[in-house]
Design a protein around this ligand. Structure first.
Ligand SMILES: [Mn+2]
Length: 462
């Protein structure tokens, strides 16, 4: 722990000496956007000159674009540790800072790297890219403590919070956010959409906590609320105390006999007090989704403007999030319309959705998640979706149908297929993805179908 904070202090003092313009590169997801917002605010307060790029990943093409730039200083946020070698070969004789929480490459450089993994700290759960950027900013100037809530926003985006709240460094950062007076932590129903969604939708889409017999069913969610004499179209934040009490007990009863503790429905809610009621930036989980939507529709500047309290950006971000919802609905409609066409291959254990140009590569993962939670396929069915990217690759997403936690590691399942065509797979146990050249699409589909056939055979013989 001490060595981690020493590395931050050392980096901050190096950084403070910089006199020439600073190039910032950050990641397109909520954590990366929050990280960038923290550093921009910090640099603005120091009157430093900078320029920012937000990237989906550090691909060779992206790195190559930096090669001929004339900047002397580079700061990589929420990415970079996995590309030390590549950065080193492209950006020679530059001063390079890397603030990242992903597992670092084993490669020696003279970069200044802040990474919890180098100090035996857990970068998956204990601190996000935004958390590191925050601690760095605070080391530059303690007054940046008021940016702590943006670090919590990043950690929420990276799903570092669970029913027990935050752990480790995130917990300390949360303390900063609360003591600066901007963030309030309340106990309540740990459900997404309490500020903006009608209650029946909150219940219908509640996958964590999962409510048996309600999650996934609009009509049952409505009926459940009607039975409690609660207007299904009301928002959670507008319920009376009495209604909330009844709702909470009814949900706990409904969850009796499920595999997780029925009371897991209760947990922390993170509220920004200075935001208007029912605004999607008031609850940090909804704020995180707003940033995510801007990222996915390739409007990162609106996300950052919103984080920096720019009203115009915020208003445009709202429009973007509406567009994002429409985009998802459009994608789902495409799927249902083409479910029986040759674009969707259905076998007993595997469904392949080959969307080609019909669905955006940034939407395909979300769409596949929604299908996996919609009772379209029997539980445990593997869903593989393919969509074209603008640069002639194919984005692949893998999900598994149903709500129950299971022992299948989706990243491993996908890796075994993509390895055969020489491509890696990333992600985690419950959601993974890969990028393959478009001309390998058919080969990928064939290998996937073949490998699931084999699996069936082994099941029969055992
Ligand atoms: Mn991150």
């Amino acid at each position: 722990m001490d060595s981690f904070f020493n590395s931050i202090k050392e980096a901050a003092s190096q950084f403070s000496k910089i006199k020439t313009p600073i190039r910032i590169i950050s990641h397109l997801d909520t954590d990366g956007l929050s990280s960038a917002s923290i550093l921009i605010k910090t640099l603005t307060r120091l009157n430093k000159v900078f320029s920012l790029s937000i990237v989906k990943q550090l691909s060779p093409q992206v790195l190559n674009e930096f090669r001929n730039e004339e900047y002397e200083n580079y700061v990589f946020l929420d990415l970079g540790s996995g590309h030390l070698k590549e950065i080193n070969s492209v950006l020679k004789n530059r001063t390079i800072f890397i603030l990242d929480h992903h597992v670092p490459q084993d490669y020696k450089t003279n970069f200044t790297q802040i990474n919890p993994h180098l100090h035996k700290l857990d970068g998956n759960k204990e601190i996000s890219g935004a958390g590191i950027t925050y601690l760095f900013s605070k080391a530059i100037n303690p007054e940046n403590k008021d940016l702590a809530y943006l670090a919590i926003l990043g950690a929420i985006g990276d799903v570092q919070e669970d029913k027990d709240g935050f752990t480790g460094l995130n917990k300390d950062i949360l303390q900063d956010a609360v003591s600066s007076g901007l963030l309030e932590v309340k106990k309540g129903l740990r459900m997404f959409g309490s500020q903006t969604r009608p209650l029946y939708k909150v219940l219908q889409y509640s996958t964590d906590p999962y409510i048996p017999g309600i999650t996934g069913y609009e009509d049952l969610a409505r009926e459940f609320l009607n039975n409690l004499r609660i207007d299904p179209n009301k928002k959670l934040i507008h319920l009376s105390e009495e209604e909330i009490k009844n709702l909470v007990s009814a949900i706990i009863v409904q969850r009796m006999g499920s595999e997780t503790d029925p009371e897991d429905v209760l947990g922390n809610i993170y509220i920004l007090n200075d935001k208007e009621e029912a605004s999607p930036t008031r609850d940090l989980k909804e704020f995180s989704t707003l940033l995510n939507a801007c990222g996915r529709l390739n409007r990162p500047s609106l996300a950052i403007g919103t984080c920096l309290n720019d009203i115009k950006s915020y208003e445009k971000a709202l429009e973007i999030s509406q567009k994002y919802k429409e985009e998802i609905i459009k994608s789902l409609n495409w799927f249902y319309k083409n479910k029986d066409s040759k674009s969707v291959i259905e076998t007993p254990d595997l469904t392949i959705i080959n969307a080609e140009d019909n669905i955006k590569d940034t939407i395909i993962g979300t769409m596949t998640s929604m299908i996996s939670k919609s009772n379209v396929y029997p539980p445990e069915t593997i869903l593989l979706s393919l969509a074209h990217t603008l640069d002639n690759n194919t984005k692949i997403s893998i999900r598994i149908s149903g709500f129950k936690a299971n022992d299948v590691d989706l990243r491993e399942v996908l890796s075994k297929i993509t390895e055969k065509i020489g491509c890696p797979a990333g992600g985690h146990k419950f959601a993974a993805g890969s990028l393959i050249p478009q001309e390998k699409e058919q080969e990928f589909i064939n290998i996937a179908l073949e490998s699931f056939k084999k699996q069936e055979k082994t099941v029969i013989t055992t």
